[in-house]
Design a protein around this ligand. Sequence first.
Ligand code: FBP
Length: 551
Amino acid sequence: MKRISALQQARSDYQPKLPPALSAGANVKASEGGPTTPIADKEKIQYLFPNTYGKPIVTFSQGAGGTTEAIRVGVILSGGQAPGGHNVIAGLFDGLKSINPDSKLYGFLGGPSGLIEDEYMELTAEIMDQYRNTGGFDIIGSGRTKLETAEDFDKASENCSKLGITALIIIGGDDSNTNACLLAEYYKENDVPIQVIGCPKTIDGDLKNEYIEASFGFDTACRVYSELIGNIQRDANSAKKYWHFIKLMGRSASHIALECGLQTQANITIISEEVEAKRQTIDDIVDDIVEVIVARSETAGNFGTVLIPEGLIEFIPEMKALISELNDLLAKESEAFQTLRGRSEQLAFINHHLSKDTSYTFSSLPATIQVQLTMDRDPHGNVQVSLIETEKLLAEMVALKLNEMKAAGTYNGKFSAQTHFFGYEGRCAAPSNFDADYCYSLGYNATALVAAGKTGYLSSVRNMTKDSSKWIAGGIPITMMMNVERRHGADKPVIQKALVKLDDAPFMHLLANRKVWAINTDYVYPGPIQYFGPSSVCDLVTETLKLEKGV
Ligand code: FBP
């Protein structure tokens, strides 16, 4: 028999909590509000989604209302891993069986490509039981292929109809759920009898709004990173000899860095959205860090922590311009670029093609960062920010500046840096109670949306800062979260990405405490996620959500 850890064994018995509406099964009563409108670009969205536009918000309550027929549902995991994905699938499975024990759940393998290439497995009770409350997406795998063309949509419906599937659940982030909505619209328009429901996933925390309180996985990932940051801070405060530069995942938004900063009270937490708003340069950021290091060297000592959001580089205006030119250049000249021999030829080629300003920015960067900026793009032609070692760049630039100050007699401390990148460490952690409960509820709730005949909706469970007896289950029409954005030279309807808002409570709380946390050593050590024990340590909610909800 396959060996599993003692924790996994014990944790498999955990029964996730559900909103009261779903406690007697997924065949529930649906109440509908009035017609809805998108957050912006009303006419364009209405034009592009004539069949799924303006649908009402759905709220569930106990009592039968949907179908009791056996349903066949397909599920896809899309994009980066996030803790709790297996529980979404467990919730789907249990919800479907509660509607009718003959219902079936099929998992398409390796993400959206599995649906197009007809690679799937039926998820049985025996398989499901091995994955309850575990981290990872390995039950069926995930991928970043996009479902976006009519050809993909037709292939998908062909493969679904072979299995008798009448509903697809897409577990993904803002882009995958945008595509879920396009798919729902296409099937409605072409009378294809397949419903499409999305579930909000991403550790990055940037798929949220008034109705989607959080994307799943954010809670657990931030707790894992905060545990590690807390451990580093204990070490720093014990040895008093290192400054730790810690980069934290989050492709674009800085929610993870902000949450970890709030949980651990690190000395410096950089927020990309603030850097952009203040139009800061790299030198400005370095100066800010240096100021704190110098001040602490005179009081607390020569140690501290700096949290750096993964996406920072793209929010620094000068770097944004450089990256955008590089993306275009590497897309246009990819053939010529591939024929160049060696790094020095490639760097010379790039410098030659860049505009004057961006070429200056490029030349001022250390060689390692220049190379990282020109590495392979992601499938959308964007630079892969997780591969750019911003933490090393900043540590190097800070060291240079401090050396200059030492020579000028304006700094007397000792500076020694350690760099870290936390990302993959947290994406597949065993879900916290929050994510285990939230994910199971999202999946179970998705089956209720299917039973209620909905399509083009995102599964929504709200009021998560309250006791589970107060959680609200329902569905939000995806078109309601959309606007039109310029993407790769064309106007596209997309779910609006939620960046850190500089006038919202979580950032304001950081701002109010920033100076004190910088100079003092007011570290908080969150420790590991607790799965067993008092509710006060097991049933936590992120600082972000608490501050957003004012609790
Ligand atoms: P999703 O938005 O798909 O959830 O993925 C987010 C993320 O974890 C980012 O934080 C990170 O930049 C990226 O994935 C890394 O991608 P990959 O897994 O392809 O290396």
